[in-house]
Design a protein around this ligand. Sequence first.
Ligand SMILES: [Ca+2]
Ligand SMILES: [Ca+2]
Length: 190
Amino acid sequence: MSLTKCCILVLCFAGVLPQSIKTSNRGQNETQPFVEIGSKYYLIYTAVTMIWFCAMLYCRNYDSDLAVIESEAEMDALNSYLTTNGHIGKQFWLGITDLAEEGKFMSIKGGRPMPYAKWSGGQPDNKGLLEDCVHLWPVNNIFHMNDNNCRAKLYAICELRQPKKSCDICDLKIIIERFMQHTNVSHSQN
Ligand SMILES: [Ca+2]
Ligand SMILES: [Ca+2]
């Protein structure tokens, strides 16, 4: 990571982020303030525009990540929501970048190649050799993807992380059961 990028991250932590950010509390209302759109929960944040790095950190404050659209169904659901809820003129950062290797767009969520793309005409074009972060913008009132300068100030769409797989709980359950069995055996021997 270059010194410039490090400085940008420090700036984000030092107060560029909106003061209203709070760590999510999933205890009372697990999805608040996210809205269910299609098969996922999203936070459409339109109070402040941010550079891509700050948008990424903003989402992290909510135990979420910049959204990564994984299928045509997800794209259609999100497009439908944005266009019918007053967001048609806005642009939103996604969690996709080719910062690591030019032209190889990766998901920041899973560290894998972007699972789905709906580029607008002629994109991605890496205009001025400066465009490494992907966002949604409306073309003819339909949201498409474009690579843009990561320092452009756009809105953020955060995507709530999926719950952990139940196997973690299963493993814990097995450990507890074995402990209880061991305790019972110990007691019966005493
Ligand atoms: Ca690029
Ligand atoms: Ca572009």
